[in-house]
Design a protein. Structure first.
Length: 57
C-alpha cells in the first residue's frame, strides 16, 4: 500500500516536471534530454531537474 502511494507521488511529480520542461523557453534538444532523463530515471531525473532544469518564462 505504501509503495503505491509513493509511486503515485513520484509519477505526479514527474508529470509536473515534464510539463514544465515542455513549456519552458529552452531549445528542443535540451527539452528532449530533460524529458528522457525524467522518464528513464524518475527520482534522480526529477531531483536533477529541480536543481538545474529549464524553467518557464
Amino acid at each position: 500500500m505504501e509503495g503505491g502511494i509513493i509511486g503515485a507521488l513520484v509519477l505526479l511529480a514527474d508529470i509536473w516536471a515534464i510539463l514544465n520542461v515542455v513549456q519552458s523557453n529552452s531549445e528542443t534538444t535540451p527539452k528532449v534530454l530533460w524529458t528522457a532523463a525524467i522518464i528513464l530515471l524518475p527520482i534522480l531525473g526529477f531531483i536533477a531537474w529541480l536543481i538545474a532544469g529549464p524553467r518557464k518564462a
